[in-house]
Design a protein around this ligand. Structure first.
Ligand SMILES: [Zn+2]
Length: 74
């Protein structure tokens, strides 16, 4: 199950991340979410977003919110 692995990233998805670059947990969560959407037939369909995509998006939101709270509290 690794279909789509060679697909180029969609336009507008940002610059490619160099191999070996260390991502923050937020960046990593976002990348996982974007990568899922690029590969998932359900997300490309007319229903827009599948349950897995929603879960990944929420995981990113939680991480992002946590970082923002931490920055505010610092
Ligand atoms: Zn999906």
């Amino acid at each position: 199950m690794d279909e789509g692995r060679d697909h180029p990233p969609a336009a507008g998805s940002g610059p490619p991340i160099a191999a070996g670059t260390r991502l923050s947990p937020v960046q990593e969560a976002w990348r996982v979410y974007v990568r899922h959407e690029q590969r998932c037939a359900g997300c490309r369909g007319r229903d827009g977003r599948c349950a897995e995509s929603t879960r990944l998006w929420q995981a990113w939101q939680e991480l992002d919110g946590e970082v923002r709270r931490r920055l505010r509290g610092a």
